[in-house]
Design a protein around this ligand. Structure first.
Ligand code: AMP
Length: 237
């Protein structure tokens, strides 16, 4: 992958966390919900590779056309495509203070490349939050998930329903059910997680970067647990 540090110049990392925060866990673990909250709380950019692909699909870009059939089948997009997109995003000025990843890295190759990019940008140690959930809960969380079309606000018809069915509480826009949140595709996505992403748990554990988080709890409790970990990291910076 190309060296992209030049794009950003020598932006310091003294502000903010100055680190990559990774939310690692299977589809349905609550990564999106928690990443939104943490990004807001610590004034960090929220980088969701899934959202980046969905945005490219909506705009019918070449990247979107490549990703679409794979996403529809619940398969991962090839590393070189994901990494090019991520490297460009991290090269933007707002990422100098750190960022929250949701859905990246998902393979060992992506994790290795991220480590290299973080070194290039002189970011501090990556913080990996391992969202631990009972697999039985995942299907319910994913089939019940609804996402606001305008702002990406996340609901769950079983656990966190909107006040008015099908309408976002925050901005009144329509809530949609992601096509890959159907039962058939969810099975494939969970399989892809076990095969390609689960090995990252060992990868980060062996580097002593992994902190487990009980992601079975209600969203507010999970957010507070994550905030305690991040506050601790900031205090010991
Ligand atoms: P998500 O919104 O994170 O559940 O991602 C939706 C889909 O986008 C995944 O099922 C993959 O097809 C694709 N995708 C998102 N992030 C990645 C990634 N880091 N590596 C490969 N494919 C990805």
């Amino acid at each position: 992958m190309a060296d992209v540090t030049a794009d950003r110049g020598a932006v310091g990392v003294s502000q903010g966390l100055g680190r990559a925060v990774i939310l690692l866990g299977p589809p349905g673990a609550g990564k999106g919900t928690q990443a939104q909250r943490i990004a807001q709380r610590y004034h960090l950019p929220h980088l969701s590779t899934g959202d980046m692909f969905r945005d490219n699909i909506q705009r019918d870009t070449e990247l979107g056309r490549k990703a679409k059939p794979l996403m529809e089948r619940g398969e991962l997009v090839p590393d070189e495509i994901v990494l090019g997109m991520v490297a460009n995003r991290i090269g933007q000025a707002d990422c100098a203070k750190g960022f929250v990843f949701d859905g990246f890295p998902r393979t060992l190759q992506q994790a290795d490349d991220l480590e290299r990019i973080c070194r290039q940008y002189k970011l501090g140690c990556t913080i990996v939050l391992h969202m631990v959930v009972n697999p039985a809960l995942l299907m319910r969380r994913l089939t019940g998930r609804r996402i606001c079309k305008a702002g990406g606000h996340i609901y769950n018809v079983y656990e966190r329903p909107p006040r008015r069915e099908g309408i976002c509480d925050v901005d009144g826009s329509e809530l949609i059910h992601r096509p890959d949140d159907s039962e058939g595709v969810i099975g494939e996505r969970l399989h892809a997680y076990d095969r390609q992403t689960q090995p990252l748990v060992e990868y980060y554990k062996s580097r002593e970067l992994l902190t487990p988080v009980d992601a079975m709890a209600v969203a507010d409790t999970v957010t507070e647990a994550i905030a305690r970990i991040l506050d601790g990291a900031i205090a010991h910076k």
